[in-house]
Ligand binder design. Structure first.
Ligand code: ATP
Ligand code: MG
Length: 575
């Protein structure tokens, strides 16, 4: 029996791998019933190594690996590396790391370039059979001859070369006798086909370029459309899932398979993932990186797997999200809020709670002994009591959030204000007695008294307070940087641009805010990069690799749902 390719499918996490029903799963079930492929399910994930994977690819990965796994099948990782000019080993490495991070293990690791010899042989066979020819038309002329959706194309004057002449020319193309772009090999199909992909598509072009794996062995390279279907066939892929834009290419892939008489893989198309406020195109993401609009491929604002990993998203959340959006035959757009929902849901279960103050306001508890420090017991995760508790130091001088104090509290504002008593989480009840202001009239210090009988957060006399706020003791606070992210784009559909504008004009100028002097509880001093927390009342945060000893840097993964902000909006912006 085959072991699972899905890490979480075995062991104690078994239940967390979603098995959603969808039309592709139904096709596989039917094929298994009719024994179409002798009960085999073989899939592949076929990235082109010309950029970093993004959340859209995660949908394809979960589908390819998840479906094969469910039926005891196999999944290959295959790099479709037919374009030497745009591909790099850096991308290959990052793609492998990302697939592993998502929780999947591939069976075979292949490269389309492994098949270059075989593809060349097959091209020779097609020439011999009169099914392919060398064309001397320029790229521009080929485009002109191709016709349009409403007009048939025109035969190239070179279409009827003899097989002998074609073999000779193709061999010389391979031998490097001709300059780039001077000739191509084309399939001889039908210049009048209603499907433009069948109007004698180009199979090979001349490109004197070094390939990341085959070096300078080749100066002719197969087109993606000539390589893809045969690569699937060579790997005996049974169910070849790809996105809808390849639907029109399927007849061409099938034509090659039929002419060559090779294993017929079945291509099934599904809808690409589009997310609101998000751009999912490697080309556009590359532009953001190259123009320095973001700090790199793994900028936490990027929808790349590297970016969202650095930001603190979990593979579990992404797998649950892709399972819940399903697959269909029509392309739509998914709300970013839905992805965020799955991120919150997962982080809520797994992250320890800690206290951190992003915009510190100094609080002095006048009746608390000057040099005293008490260790207060704090629960690590109310959702997971096995996570235990920790000690948090409490002292006379503390920091609270600026926003948790109002000198003149608006209606329904229950937090600290002059004369008001609130609970300091895991600490004591404190009452605000007075404030200190700077010369601009801003409150810079709040003076309180505490009730020693309320240690731990409850009053023995049963009196209630309406708010609990978080805090960090001043003496032992760790200084940290916190990076707060908003959507990278301001428009729900970033590709929607005014005439003469570019998607980059839709970039959100406020997508990154750096809080340079946050105050963190001492347990956060040396947290390793990648550690995730919930900062109580603020959101989920993840340690960034930019952290240095004693000076942690945190990324805000996502805010908690902010009920106050909602209420404030409803009230028309009071307070
Ligand atoms: P992009 O348009 O972002 O450059 P691509 O389709 O060119 O992406 P590939 O490396 O060719 O990227 O993609 C590998 C696989 O991932 C393909 O099967 C492709 O269909 C799938 N894929 C790419 N983008 C998405 C998406 N947004 N949603 C679902 N699947 C996707
Ligand atoms: Mg592609």
């Amino acid at each position: 029996m085959k072991t699972s390719n899905v890490e979480a499918a075995t062991g104690e996490n078994a239940a967390t791998v979603p098995r959603p029903s969808n039309f592709i799963r139904d096709i596989i079930l039917e094929d298994l019933k009719t024994n179409k492929y002798d009960g085999r399910v073989q899939t592949r994930f076929p990235p082109e190594p010309n950029g970093y994977l993004h959340i859209g690819h995660a949908k394809a990965i979960c589908l390819d690996f998840g479906l094969a796994d469910e039926f005891g099948g196999h999944t290959n990782l295959r790099f479709d590396d037919t374009n030497p000019e745009k591909e790099e080993t850096e991308y290959v490495d990052s793609i492998m790391a990302d697939v592993k991070w998502l929780g999947f293990k591939w069976d075979g690791l292949f490269y389309a370039s492994d098949y270059f010899d075989q593809l060349y042989e097959w091209a020779v066979k097609l020439i011999q059979d009169g099914k392919a020819y060398v064309d001397d038309l320029s790229a521009e002329e080929i485009r002109k001859y191709r016709g349009t959706l409403t007009e048939p194309g025109k035969d190239s004057p070179h279409r009827n070369r003899s097989a002998e002449e074609n073999l000779d020319l193709f061999g010389r193309m391979k031998a490097g006798e001709f300059p780039d772009g001077s000739r191509v090999l084309r399939a001889k199909i039908d210049m009048a086909s209603p499907n433009l992909n069948l109007r004698d598509p180009v199979m090979y072009r001349i490109l004197h370029a070094e390939h990341h794996r085959t070096g300078n062995k080749w100066c002719i390279y197969p087109m993606y459309d000539y390589a893809h279907g045969q690569s699937d066939s060579l790997e005996r892929v049974t169910h070849s899932m790809c996105t809808l834009e390849f639907e029109d290419h399927r007849p061409l892939y099938n034509w090659f398979i039929q002419q060559l008489g090779i294993f017929p893989s079945q291509q099934i198309e599904f809808d690409r993932l589009n997310l609101t406020y998000t751009l999912l195109s490697k080309r556009k993401l590359l532009q953001l990186v190259e123009e320095g609009r973001v700090s790199g491929w793994d900028d936490p604002r990027m929808p790349t797997l590297g970016g969202i990993r650095r930001r603190g998203y979990t593979p579990e959340a992404i797998r649950n999200f892709t399972a819940s959006i399903g697959v269909s035959k029509t392309t739509g757009s998914i709300e970013l809020a839905m992805l965020e929902h799955f991120v919150r849901e997962d982080l809520n279960k797994r992250t320890p709670r800690v206290m951190a103050v992003l915009r510190p306001l100094k609080v002095v508890i006048d009746n608390y002994p000057e040099s005293q420090v008490e260790e207060m017991e704090a629960v690590n995760n109310p959702e997971d009591l096995a996570a235990g508790s920790r000690q948090v130091p409490f002292s006379r001088v503390l920091y609270i959030e600026h926003d948790d104090f109002r000198e003149v509290p608006p209606p329904k504002y229950f937090r600290l204000a002059p004369g008001r008593e609130v609970r300091l989480r895991y600490g004591y009840f404190v009452t605000c007695k007075s404030v200190v202001k700077n010369e601009k009239g801003e409150v810079v210090e709040v003076h309180c008294t505490y009730d020693p009988a309320t240690r731990g957060g409850n009053a023995p006399d049963g009196r209630k307070v309406k708010a609990t706020i978080h805090w960090v003791a001043a003496g032992s606070a760790v200084d940290g940087e916190v990076r707060i992210y908003e959507n990278l784009f301001t428009k729900e559909n970033p590709a929607e641009v005014e005439p003469g504008q570019d998607v980059l004009d839709n970039l959100n100028p406020n997508s990154l805010e750096i809080v340079a002097d946050a105050k963190l509880e001492p347990s956060l001093a040396n947290a390793p990069a990648g550690t995730r927390y919930q900062f109580e009342r603020l959101g989920y945060f993840c340690v960034d690799p930019d952290s240095t000893p004693g000076k942690p840097v945190f990324n805000r993964t996502i805010a908690l749902k902010d009920t106050w902000a909602k209420l404030e909006k409803k009230q028309g912006g009071t307070g």
